[in-house]
Design a protein around this ligand. Structure first.
Ligand code: PEP
Ligand code: MG
Length: 560
Protein backbone atom coordinates (compact mmCIF):
# COMPACT_ATOMS: atom_id res chain seq x y z
CA UNK A 1 0.00 0.00 0.00
CA UNK A 2 1.47 3.43 -0.90
CA UNK A 3 2.17 5.67 2.10
CA UNK A 4 -0.53 8.20 2.94
CA UNK A 5 -0.02 11.57 1.25
CA UNK A 6 0.79 14.28 3.74
CA UNK A 7 0.08 17.98 3.41
CA UNK A 8 3.06 20.13 2.54
CA UNK A 9 5.41 21.51 5.17
CA UNK A 10 6.03 25.22 4.71
CA UNK A 11 9.22 27.23 4.82
CA UNK A 12 10.81 29.83 2.59
CA UNK A 13 11.83 28.79 -0.91
CA UNK A 14 15.14 29.88 -2.39
CA UNK A 15 15.11 29.91 -6.15
CA UNK A 16 12.46 28.42 -8.41
CA UNK A 17 13.41 24.78 -8.67
CA UNK A 18 11.61 21.61 -7.73
CA UNK A 19 13.21 18.27 -6.91
CA UNK A 20 12.09 14.80 -5.86
CA UNK A 21 14.24 12.38 -3.91
CA UNK A 22 15.06 10.52 -0.72
CA UNK A 23 16.07 12.36 2.43
CA UNK A 24 19.55 12.08 3.94
CA UNK A 25 20.06 14.02 7.16
CA UNK A 26 23.19 15.76 8.33
CA UNK A 27 24.80 13.46 10.88
CA UNK A 28 25.11 15.13 14.26
CA UNK A 29 28.57 15.48 15.82
CA UNK A 30 29.46 12.45 17.98
CA UNK A 31 28.78 12.76 21.71
CA UNK A 32 31.81 13.99 23.66
CA UNK A 33 33.89 11.00 24.90
CA UNK A 34 34.04 10.50 28.66
CA UNK A 35 37.33 10.91 30.54
CA UNK A 36 38.03 7.19 30.90
CA UNK A 37 41.18 5.17 31.45
CA UNK A 38 41.87 2.80 28.58
CA UNK A 39 41.85 -0.96 28.99
CA UNK A 40 44.30 -1.20 26.06
CA UNK A 41 47.97 -0.29 26.21
CA UNK A 42 49.35 2.95 24.75
CA UNK A 43 50.70 1.27 21.60
CA UNK A 44 47.32 -0.29 20.82
CA UNK A 45 45.47 3.00 21.36
CA UNK A 46 48.06 4.82 19.25
CA UNK A 47 47.52 2.33 16.41
CA UNK A 48 43.76 2.93 16.62
CA UNK A 49 44.29 6.72 16.37
CA UNK A 50 46.61 6.29 13.38
CA UNK A 51 44.15 4.09 11.58
CA UNK A 52 41.26 6.51 12.22
CA UNK A 53 43.31 9.56 11.15
CA UNK A 54 44.35 7.75 7.95
CA UNK A 55 40.74 6.78 7.19
CA UNK A 56 39.49 10.34 7.77
CA UNK A 57 42.35 11.78 5.67
CA UNK A 58 41.59 9.37 2.82
CA UNK A 59 37.88 10.27 2.96
CA UNK A 60 38.57 14.03 2.95
CA UNK A 61 41.10 13.68 0.12
CA UNK A 62 38.64 11.67 -1.97
CA UNK A 63 35.90 14.23 -1.37
CA UNK A 64 38.31 17.04 -2.31
CA UNK A 65 39.33 15.31 -5.52
CA UNK A 66 35.70 14.79 -6.47
CA UNK A 67 34.79 18.42 -5.75
CA UNK A 68 37.88 20.16 -7.18
CA UNK A 69 38.57 23.91 -7.01
CA UNK A 70 38.14 25.84 -3.79
CA UNK A 71 36.46 22.90 -2.04
CA UNK A 72 39.51 20.73 -2.67
CA UNK A 73 41.81 23.36 -1.16
CA UNK A 74 39.64 23.57 1.98
CA UNK A 75 39.53 19.79 2.41
CA UNK A 76 43.24 19.34 1.79
CA UNK A 77 43.95 21.93 4.48
CA UNK A 78 41.83 19.80 6.84
CA UNK A 79 43.85 16.69 5.97
CA UNK A 80 47.06 18.56 6.80
CA UNK A 81 45.60 19.61 10.13
CA UNK A 82 44.64 16.03 11.00
CA UNK A 83 48.27 14.99 10.45
CA UNK A 84 49.96 18.05 11.94
CA UNK A 85 52.86 17.07 14.27
CA UNK A 86 51.69 19.48 17.01
CA UNK A 87 48.32 17.68 17.06
CA UNK A 88 49.94 14.22 17.02
CA UNK A 89 52.20 15.22 19.92
CA UNK A 90 49.25 16.46 21.97
CA UNK A 91 47.36 13.20 21.31
CA UNK A 92 50.41 11.08 22.27
CA UNK A 93 50.71 12.94 25.59
CA UNK A 94 47.11 12.00 26.47
CA UNK A 95 47.65 8.38 25.44
CA UNK A 96 50.79 8.24 27.57
CA UNK A 97 48.61 9.27 30.50
CA UNK A 98 46.50 6.15 29.87
CA UNK A 99 43.49 7.85 28.23
CA UNK A 100 41.33 6.21 25.57
CA UNK A 101 41.97 7.07 21.91
CA UNK A 102 38.55 8.80 21.69
CA UNK A 103 39.17 11.00 24.72
CA UNK A 104 42.78 11.75 23.70
CA UNK A 105 41.73 12.91 20.21
CA UNK A 106 38.79 14.93 21.48
CA UNK A 107 40.73 16.83 24.16
CA UNK A 108 44.07 17.18 22.32
CA UNK A 109 42.44 18.58 19.17
CA UNK A 110 40.38 20.95 21.34
CA UNK A 111 43.53 22.23 23.07
CA UNK A 112 45.28 22.92 19.78
CA UNK A 113 42.11 24.60 18.46
CA UNK A 114 42.08 26.83 21.52
CA UNK A 115 45.70 27.85 20.88
CA UNK A 116 44.83 28.70 17.26
CA UNK A 117 41.82 30.70 18.37
CA UNK A 118 44.01 32.74 20.70
CA UNK A 119 46.21 33.66 17.73
CA UNK A 120 43.17 35.18 16.01
CA UNK A 121 42.95 36.14 12.31
CA UNK A 122 43.24 33.43 9.67
CA UNK A 123 44.65 30.82 12.08
CA UNK A 124 41.89 31.56 14.57
CA UNK A 125 39.31 30.79 11.93
CA UNK A 126 40.92 27.38 11.36
CA UNK A 127 39.93 26.36 14.92
CA UNK A 128 36.47 25.36 13.66
CA UNK A 129 38.09 23.14 11.02
CA UNK A 130 40.10 21.38 13.71
CA UNK A 131 36.95 20.68 15.75
CA UNK A 132 35.40 19.23 12.61
CA UNK A 133 38.39 16.94 11.96
CA UNK A 134 38.36 15.81 15.62
CA UNK A 135 34.66 14.93 15.36
CA UNK A 136 35.37 12.89 12.23
CA UNK A 137 38.24 11.00 13.85
CA UNK A 138 36.17 10.24 16.99
CA UNK A 139 33.30 9.00 14.78
CA UNK A 140 35.75 6.81 12.84
CA UNK A 141 37.13 5.37 16.10
CA UNK A 142 33.61 4.44 17.13
CA UNK A 143 32.60 3.13 13.72
CA UNK A 144 29.87 5.81 13.45
CA UNK A 145 29.01 7.73 10.24
CA UNK A 146 31.14 10.86 9.65
CA UNK A 147 29.40 13.95 11.02
CA UNK A 148 28.34 16.67 8.62
CA UNK A 149 27.15 16.36 5.05
CA UNK A 150 26.22 12.69 4.43
CA UNK A 151 27.43 10.54 1.56
CA UNK A 152 24.74 7.87 1.05
CA UNK A 153 26.14 6.95 -2.37
CA UNK A 154 23.15 8.17 -4.38
CA UNK A 155 21.50 11.55 -5.10
CA UNK A 156 19.52 12.83 -2.10
CA UNK A 157 17.67 15.70 -0.49
CA UNK A 158 19.87 17.09 2.28
CA UNK A 159 18.00 17.88 5.50
CA UNK A 160 19.89 19.88 8.12
CA UNK A 161 19.13 21.89 11.23
CA UNK A 162 21.01 24.70 9.53
CA UNK A 163 24.02 24.63 7.29
CA UNK A 164 27.22 26.60 7.76
CA UNK A 165 28.16 28.68 4.71
CA UNK A 166 31.34 26.55 4.40
CA UNK A 167 29.25 23.37 4.16
CA UNK A 168 26.92 25.01 1.64
CA UNK A 169 29.84 26.06 -0.53
CA UNK A 170 31.17 22.49 -0.55
CA UNK A 171 27.93 20.73 -1.48
CA UNK A 172 28.32 18.33 -4.38
CA UNK A 173 25.58 19.34 -6.79
CA UNK A 174 25.67 15.95 -8.51
CA UNK A 175 24.54 14.36 -5.27
CA UNK A 176 22.46 17.04 -3.49
CA UNK A 177 19.14 17.31 -5.32
CA UNK A 178 17.83 19.93 -2.90
CA UNK A 179 18.45 21.40 0.53
CA UNK A 180 15.92 21.68 3.37
CA UNK A 181 16.88 23.45 6.59
CA UNK A 182 14.87 23.45 9.79
CA UNK A 183 16.19 26.86 10.78
CA UNK A 184 17.49 29.80 8.77
CA UNK A 185 16.01 32.76 6.97
CA UNK A 186 15.81 33.64 3.28
CA UNK A 187 18.58 36.24 3.38
CA UNK A 188 21.07 34.42 5.58
CA UNK A 189 24.40 33.90 3.89
CA UNK A 190 23.62 30.20 3.58
CA UNK A 191 20.53 31.09 1.55
CA UNK A 192 22.51 33.60 -0.53
CA UNK A 193 25.19 30.98 -1.21
CA UNK A 194 22.54 28.38 -2.06
CA UNK A 195 21.00 30.78 -4.56
CA UNK A 196 24.46 31.55 -5.93
CA UNK A 197 25.12 27.87 -6.56
CA UNK A 198 21.63 27.34 -7.97
CA UNK A 199 20.73 24.86 -5.22
CA UNK A 200 17.01 24.17 -4.89
CA UNK A 201 16.31 25.03 -1.26
CA UNK A 202 13.52 25.57 1.23
CA UNK A 203 14.77 27.06 4.52
CA UNK A 204 13.13 27.50 7.91
CA UNK A 205 10.95 24.34 7.63
CA UNK A 206 10.25 23.59 11.31
CA UNK A 207 8.38 20.33 10.64
CA UNK A 208 11.37 18.98 8.67
CA UNK A 209 12.75 17.96 12.07
CA UNK A 210 10.48 14.90 11.70
CA UNK A 211 12.01 13.74 8.40
CA UNK A 212 14.19 10.63 8.53
CA UNK A 213 16.74 9.08 6.17
CA UNK A 214 15.11 7.51 3.12
CA UNK A 215 11.80 9.44 3.33
CA UNK A 216 10.74 10.46 -0.17
CA UNK A 217 9.98 14.17 -0.52
CA UNK A 218 9.18 16.80 -3.13
CA UNK A 219 11.07 20.03 -2.46
CA UNK A 220 9.23 22.85 -4.22
CA UNK A 221 11.21 26.07 -3.80
CA UNK A 222 8.84 28.13 -5.95
CA UNK A 223 5.97 27.33 -3.55
CA UNK A 224 8.15 27.24 -0.39
CA UNK A 225 6.90 23.72 0.32
CA UNK A 226 8.21 20.26 1.17
CA UNK A 227 5.84 17.34 0.61
CA UNK A 228 6.47 14.06 2.42
CA UNK A 229 5.40 10.79 0.77
CA UNK A 230 4.00 12.43 -2.40
CA UNK A 231 1.31 10.72 -4.46
CA UNK A 232 2.05 9.50 -8.01
CA UNK A 233 0.05 12.46 -9.33
CA UNK A 234 2.16 14.91 -7.33
CA UNK A 235 5.34 13.23 -8.58
CA UNK A 236 4.14 13.42 -12.21
CA UNK A 237 3.36 17.11 -11.80
CA UNK A 238 6.79 17.70 -10.30
CA UNK A 239 8.45 15.84 -13.18
CA UNK A 240 6.56 18.03 -15.67
CA UNK A 241 7.71 21.18 -13.87
CA UNK A 242 11.31 19.95 -13.75
CA UNK A 243 11.15 19.44 -17.51
CA UNK A 244 9.56 22.88 -18.09
CA UNK A 245 12.31 24.53 -16.06
CA UNK A 246 15.01 22.62 -17.91
CA UNK A 247 13.59 24.03 -21.15
CA UNK A 248 13.53 27.61 -19.73
CA UNK A 249 17.15 27.25 -18.58
CA UNK A 250 18.16 26.04 -22.03
CA UNK A 251 16.29 28.87 -23.83
CA UNK A 252 18.48 31.23 -25.85
CA UNK A 253 19.92 34.09 -23.83
CA UNK A 254 18.33 37.37 -24.80
CA UNK A 255 18.45 40.80 -23.18
CA UNK A 256 15.95 41.20 -20.35
CA UNK A 257 12.62 42.52 -21.60
CA UNK A 258 8.87 42.36 -21.01
CA UNK A 259 6.45 40.79 -23.51
CA UNK A 260 5.87 44.20 -25.16
CA UNK A 261 9.60 44.77 -25.64
CA UNK A 262 10.07 47.13 -22.67
CA UNK A 263 13.74 46.59 -21.78
CA UNK A 264 14.52 45.42 -18.24
CA UNK A 265 18.31 45.00 -18.13
CA UNK A 266 19.26 41.94 -16.08
CA UNK A 267 22.46 42.40 -14.09
CA UNK A 268 24.58 40.24 -11.80
CA UNK A 269 25.27 40.42 -8.07
CA UNK A 270 28.92 39.50 -7.53
CA UNK A 271 31.24 39.25 -4.54
CA UNK A 272 34.47 38.45 -6.35
CA UNK A 273 35.91 39.15 -9.82
CA UNK A 274 36.36 35.37 -10.12
CA UNK A 275 32.62 34.92 -10.69
CA UNK A 276 32.45 37.49 -13.51
CA UNK A 277 33.03 35.00 -16.34
CA UNK A 278 30.17 32.77 -15.19
CA UNK A 279 27.85 35.80 -14.96
CA UNK A 280 28.70 36.81 -18.54
CA UNK A 281 28.09 33.24 -19.69
CA UNK A 282 24.64 33.24 -18.08
CA UNK A 283 23.76 36.45 -19.90
CA UNK A 284 24.33 39.16 -17.27
CA UNK A 285 24.14 42.50 -19.07
CA UNK A 286 26.47 44.06 -16.53
CA UNK A 287 26.84 44.12 -12.76
CA UNK A 288 24.16 45.66 -10.55
CA UNK A 289 25.90 45.01 -7.22
CA UNK A 290 29.53 44.24 -6.55
CA UNK A 291 29.86 43.61 -2.80
CA UNK A 292 33.39 44.94 -2.21
CA UNK A 293 33.40 44.02 1.50
CA UNK A 294 33.43 40.33 0.51
CA UNK A 295 36.98 40.86 -0.80
CA UNK A 296 38.30 41.92 2.58
CA UNK A 297 36.32 39.92 5.17
CA UNK A 298 39.47 38.24 6.47
CA UNK A 299 41.70 41.35 6.46
CA UNK A 300 42.67 42.87 9.78
CA UNK A 301 43.92 46.06 8.17
CA UNK A 302 42.42 48.33 5.54
CA UNK A 303 43.30 47.24 1.99
CA UNK A 304 45.75 49.45 0.12
CA UNK A 305 44.76 51.45 -2.95
CA UNK A 306 47.01 49.22 -5.10
CA UNK A 307 45.46 46.00 -3.75
CA UNK A 308 41.96 47.30 -4.36
CA UNK A 309 42.81 48.65 -7.80
CA UNK A 310 43.97 45.21 -8.90
CA UNK A 311 40.69 43.56 -7.85
CA UNK A 312 38.53 46.27 -9.45
CA UNK A 313 40.52 46.19 -12.72
CA UNK A 314 39.94 42.43 -12.89
CA UNK A 315 36.20 42.94 -12.41
CA UNK A 316 35.83 45.83 -14.86
CA UNK A 317 37.85 44.04 -17.54
CA UNK A 318 35.18 41.35 -17.70
CA UNK A 319 32.53 43.89 -18.74
CA UNK A 320 33.90 46.17 -21.48
CA UNK A 321 31.31 48.79 -22.45
CA UNK A 322 28.89 47.44 -19.82
CA UNK A 323 27.51 49.03 -16.67
CA UNK A 324 29.20 47.85 -13.47
CA UNK A 325 27.79 49.12 -10.16
CA UNK A 326 30.34 48.84 -7.38
CA UNK A 327 29.20 49.33 -3.81
CA UNK A 328 31.51 51.02 -1.32
CA UNK A 329 32.45 48.77 1.62
CA UNK A 330 29.29 47.72 3.47
CA UNK A 331 30.84 46.82 6.79
CA UNK A 332 28.95 46.04 9.97
CA UNK A 333 26.17 43.81 11.30
CA UNK A 334 26.81 40.30 9.89
CA UNK A 335 29.74 41.51 7.78
CA UNK A 336 32.04 43.28 10.24
CA UNK A 337 35.43 44.42 8.95
CA UNK A 338 37.90 44.73 11.84
CA UNK A 339 39.47 47.85 10.34
CA UNK A 340 36.10 49.64 10.05
CA UNK A 341 33.98 48.31 12.94
CA UNK A 342 35.88 48.23 16.20
CA UNK A 343 33.13 49.24 18.62
CA UNK A 344 31.00 46.68 20.48
CA UNK A 345 27.38 47.44 19.63
CA UNK A 346 24.21 46.02 21.18
CA UNK A 347 22.32 46.27 17.88
CA UNK A 348 24.90 46.26 15.10
CA UNK A 349 22.26 46.29 12.36
CA UNK A 350 21.20 49.68 13.73
CA UNK A 351 24.74 50.86 14.42
CA UNK A 352 27.71 52.37 12.70
CA UNK A 353 27.49 50.29 9.53
CA UNK A 354 27.57 50.92 5.77
CA UNK A 355 28.14 54.53 4.80
CA UNK A 356 27.97 55.58 8.46
CA UNK A 357 31.13 53.58 9.22
CA UNK A 358 32.85 54.88 6.08
CA UNK A 359 32.16 58.48 7.03
CA UNK A 360 33.64 57.79 10.46
CA UNK A 361 36.82 56.53 8.71
CA UNK A 362 36.86 58.94 5.79
CA UNK A 363 40.34 58.00 4.57
CA UNK A 364 39.20 54.40 3.96
CA UNK A 365 36.33 55.64 1.81
CA UNK A 366 38.63 58.03 -0.05
CA UNK A 367 41.18 55.26 -0.70
CA UNK A 368 38.43 53.06 -2.09
CA UNK A 369 37.14 55.82 -4.37
CA UNK A 370 40.73 56.50 -5.57
CA UNK A 371 41.25 52.81 -6.34
CA UNK A 372 37.95 52.70 -8.23
CA UNK A 373 38.79 55.84 -10.22
CA UNK A 374 42.18 54.38 -11.17
CA UNK A 375 40.60 51.06 -12.21
CA UNK A 376 38.01 52.94 -14.27
CA UNK A 377 40.75 54.88 -16.08
CA UNK A 378 42.50 51.63 -16.95
CA UNK A 379 39.44 49.79 -18.34
CA UNK A 380 36.47 50.17 -20.70
CA UNK A 381 33.55 49.41 -18.36
CA UNK A 382 30.93 52.02 -17.44
CA UNK A 383 31.62 52.27 -13.70
CA UNK A 384 28.88 53.42 -11.33
CA UNK A 385 29.59 53.67 -7.60
CA UNK A 386 27.05 53.52 -4.79
CA UNK A 387 26.89 53.95 -1.04
CA UNK A 388 25.38 51.30 1.27
CA UNK A 389 22.90 52.02 4.09
CA UNK A 390 22.10 55.63 3.26
CA UNK A 391 19.48 57.05 5.63
CA UNK A 392 19.45 60.79 4.90
CA UNK A 393 19.62 63.24 2.01
CA UNK A 394 22.73 64.73 3.61
CA UNK A 395 24.55 61.38 3.51
CA UNK A 396 23.62 61.00 -0.16
CA UNK A 397 24.97 64.47 -0.87
CA UNK A 398 28.28 63.80 0.91
CA UNK A 399 28.81 60.52 -0.95
CA UNK A 400 28.08 62.08 -4.35
CA UNK A 401 30.44 64.98 -3.57
CA UNK A 402 33.26 62.63 -2.54
CA UNK A 403 32.78 60.40 -5.60
CA UNK A 404 32.79 63.36 -7.97
CA UNK A 405 35.89 64.80 -6.24
CA UNK A 406 37.65 61.54 -7.07
CA UNK A 407 36.62 61.78 -10.72
CA UNK A 408 33.84 59.19 -10.54
CA UNK A 409 30.99 60.55 -12.65
CA UNK A 410 28.08 58.30 -11.72
CA UNK A 411 27.37 58.11 -8.00
CA UNK A 412 24.23 56.72 -6.43
CA UNK A 413 22.80 55.31 -3.24
CA UNK A 414 21.34 52.09 -2.00
CA UNK A 415 17.85 52.45 -0.64
CA UNK A 416 17.81 49.95 2.23
CA UNK A 417 16.33 52.03 5.03
CA UNK A 418 12.68 53.16 5.03
CA UNK A 419 13.76 56.77 5.66
CA UNK A 420 15.65 56.94 2.36
CA UNK A 421 12.73 55.38 0.48
CA UNK A 422 10.43 58.03 1.91
CA UNK A 423 12.71 60.90 0.84
CA UNK A 424 13.83 59.20 -2.38
CA UNK A 425 12.82 62.13 -4.56
CA UNK A 426 15.09 64.56 -2.67
CA UNK A 427 17.87 61.95 -2.70
CA UNK A 428 17.52 61.41 -6.44
CA UNK A 429 17.73 65.15 -7.08
CA UNK A 430 21.31 64.85 -5.79
CA UNK A 431 22.28 61.28 -6.69
CA UNK A 432 22.62 59.81 -10.17
CA UNK A 433 20.68 56.63 -9.41
CA UNK A 434 19.12 54.52 -6.68
CA UNK A 435 19.43 50.78 -6.12
CA UNK A 436 16.96 49.21 -3.72
CA UNK A 437 18.42 46.64 -1.33
CA UNK A 438 15.29 44.70 -0.51
CA UNK A 439 17.06 42.43 2.00
CA UNK A 440 17.79 45.24 4.41
CA UNK A 441 14.76 47.28 3.38
CA UNK A 442 12.58 44.34 4.45
CA UNK A 443 14.55 43.85 7.67
CA UNK A 444 14.14 47.49 8.67
CA UNK A 445 10.56 47.89 7.49
CA UNK A 446 9.36 44.77 9.30
CA UNK A 447 11.73 45.22 12.28
CA UNK A 448 12.79 41.58 11.78
CA UNK A 449 16.47 40.62 12.00
CA UNK A 450 17.35 39.05 8.64
CA UNK A 451 19.61 36.51 10.35
CA UNK A 452 17.06 35.23 12.82
CA UNK A 453 15.11 32.10 11.94
CA UNK A 454 12.48 32.87 14.61
CA UNK A 455 11.31 35.97 12.70
CA UNK A 456 11.96 34.65 9.18
CA UNK A 457 8.21 34.74 8.52
CA UNK A 458 8.35 38.54 8.70
CA UNK A 459 11.42 38.71 6.44
CA UNK A 460 9.29 38.65 3.32
CA UNK A 461 9.77 41.26 0.60
CA UNK A 462 6.29 40.42 -0.71
CA UNK A 463 4.88 42.35 2.26
CA UNK A 464 2.82 45.27 0.91
CA UNK A 465 4.60 47.63 3.34
CA UNK A 466 7.88 46.86 1.56
CA UNK A 467 6.23 47.06 -1.86
CA UNK A 468 4.81 50.51 -1.00
CA UNK A 469 8.31 51.76 -0.24
CA UNK A 470 9.57 50.33 -3.54
CA UNK A 471 6.71 52.18 -5.25
CA UNK A 472 7.84 55.45 -3.60
CA UNK A 473 11.33 54.98 -5.01
CA UNK A 474 9.96 54.02 -8.46
CA UNK A 475 7.84 57.19 -8.47
CA UNK A 476 10.86 59.26 -7.39
CA UNK A 477 12.81 57.78 -10.30
CA UNK A 478 10.04 58.77 -12.72
CA UNK A 479 9.77 62.29 -11.24
CA UNK A 480 13.50 62.96 -11.48
CA UNK A 481 14.27 60.95 -14.61
CA UNK A 482 16.89 58.94 -12.69
CA UNK A 483 17.29 55.16 -12.97
CA UNK A 484 16.10 52.88 -10.16
CA UNK A 485 17.23 49.27 -9.78
CA UNK A 486 16.72 46.45 -7.30
CA UNK A 487 19.69 44.37 -6.17
CA UNK A 488 18.24 42.56 -3.15
CA UNK A 489 17.18 38.90 -3.26
CA UNK A 490 13.65 39.99 -4.27
CA UNK A 491 14.89 40.61 -7.82
CA UNK A 492 15.69 36.89 -8.13
CA UNK A 493 12.07 35.82 -7.48
CA UNK A 494 10.56 35.77 -11.01
CA UNK A 495 7.01 36.87 -10.16
CA UNK A 496 8.22 39.43 -7.61
CA UNK A 497 10.60 40.73 -10.29
CA UNK A 498 7.53 41.41 -12.46
CA UNK A 499 5.89 43.24 -9.53
CA UNK A 500 9.02 45.35 -9.01
CA UNK A 501 9.01 46.39 -12.67
CA UNK A 502 5.31 47.21 -12.30
CA UNK A 503 6.24 49.48 -9.38
CA UNK A 504 8.60 51.52 -11.57
CA UNK A 505 11.92 49.67 -11.23
CA UNK A 506 14.09 49.81 -14.38
CA UNK A 507 16.80 47.17 -13.79
CA UNK A 508 17.09 43.95 -11.78
CA UNK A 509 20.27 42.54 -10.33
CA UNK A 510 20.60 39.02 -8.92
CA UNK A 511 22.77 35.96 -8.42
CA UNK A 512 23.67 34.84 -11.96
CA UNK A 513 22.03 31.43 -11.34
CA UNK A 514 18.64 33.21 -11.14
CA UNK A 515 18.91 35.09 -14.45
CA UNK A 516 17.30 32.44 -16.68
CA UNK A 517 14.14 32.07 -14.53
CA UNK A 518 13.63 35.83 -14.24
CA UNK A 519 14.31 36.38 -17.96
CA UNK A 520 11.70 33.75 -18.87
CA UNK A 521 9.04 35.16 -16.50
CA UNK A 522 9.40 38.78 -17.65
CA UNK A 523 8.68 37.69 -21.23
CA UNK A 524 5.18 36.57 -20.16
CA UNK A 525 3.94 40.04 -19.10
CA UNK A 526 3.51 43.44 -20.74
CA UNK A 527 4.29 46.66 -18.86
CA UNK A 528 0.59 47.29 -18.38
CA UNK A 529 0.08 43.77 -17.01
CA UNK A 530 3.08 44.12 -14.69
CA UNK A 531 1.50 47.29 -13.31
CA UNK A 532 -1.82 45.49 -12.77
CA UNK A 533 -0.07 42.60 -10.99
CA UNK A 534 1.82 45.10 -8.80
CA UNK A 535 -1.40 46.95 -7.97
CA UNK A 536 -3.06 43.68 -6.94
CA UNK A 537 -0.12 42.79 -4.68
CA UNK A 538 -0.06 46.27 -3.13
CA UNK A 539 -3.67 46.11 -2.08
CA UNK A 540 -3.28 42.81 -0.18
CA UNK A 541 -3.17 42.88 3.62
CA UNK A 542 -0.03 40.79 4.03
CA UNK A 543 2.83 39.03 2.22
CA UNK A 544 0.95 35.79 1.59
CA UNK A 545 -2.02 37.77 0.28
CA UNK A 546 0.22 39.82 -2.01
CA UNK A 547 1.75 36.68 -3.52
CA UNK A 548 -1.68 35.12 -3.97
CA UNK A 549 -3.10 38.29 -5.56
CA UNK A 550 -0.12 38.54 -7.92
CA UNK A 551 -0.50 34.88 -8.93
CA UNK A 552 -4.25 35.21 -9.53
CA UNK A 553 -3.86 38.39 -11.60
CA UNK A 554 -1.00 36.90 -13.64
CA UNK A 555 -3.04 33.73 -14.29
CA UNK A 556 -6.02 35.81 -15.43
CA UNK A 557 -3.75 37.58 -17.94
CA UNK A 558 -2.48 34.34 -19.40
CA UNK A 559 -6.07 33.06 -19.74
CA UNK A 560 -7.05 36.18 -21.74
C1 PEP B 1 20.28 44.32 0.44
O1 PEP B 1 20.28 44.67 1.62
O2 PEP B 1 19.24 44.04 -0.19
C2 PEP B 1 21.54 44.19 -0.30
C3 PEP B 1 21.54 43.95 -1.59
O3 PEP B 1 22.70 44.28 0.42
P1 PEP B 1 23.27 43.07 1.33
O4 PEP B 1 22.45 41.86 1.09
O5 PEP B 1 24.70 42.90 0.95
O6 PEP B 1 23.09 43.66 2.71
MG1 MG C 1 22.08 45.52 2.44
Amino acid sequence: MPPATQSAMKGTGIGQGIAVGPVARMSPPPAAPADATSTLNQEQESARVNEAVQAVSADLTARGEAAGGQAQEVLEAQVMMAQDPSVTEAVDAKLAAGKTAEYAVHTAFAEVAEQLQALGGYLGERAADLHDVAARVVAALRGEPAPGVPDPGHPYVLVAQDLAPADTALLDLNQVLALVTIEGGPTSHTAILARGKGIIAVVGVKEAAELTDGDEVIVDAAHSAVTLAPSQEQKDEAAARIEQRRAAQAAPITEGALADGTPVPLLANLGSPENAAEAVELGAEGVGLFRTEFLFLSSDTAPSVAEQREAYVKLLQAFPGKKVVVRALDAGADKPLPFLNDAEEENPALGLRGLRALLASEEILRDQLSALAEAHEATEADLWVMAPMVSTVEEAEIFSRFAHQHGLKTAGVMVEVPSSALVAEQILQISDFASIGTNDLTQYTMAADRLLGSVAGLQDPWHPAVLKLVKEVGAAGAATGKPVGVCGEAAADPLLAVVLVGLGVHTLSMAPAALADVRAELLHHTKEQAEAIAAAALSAPDAAGALEAARTTAAAHSAE
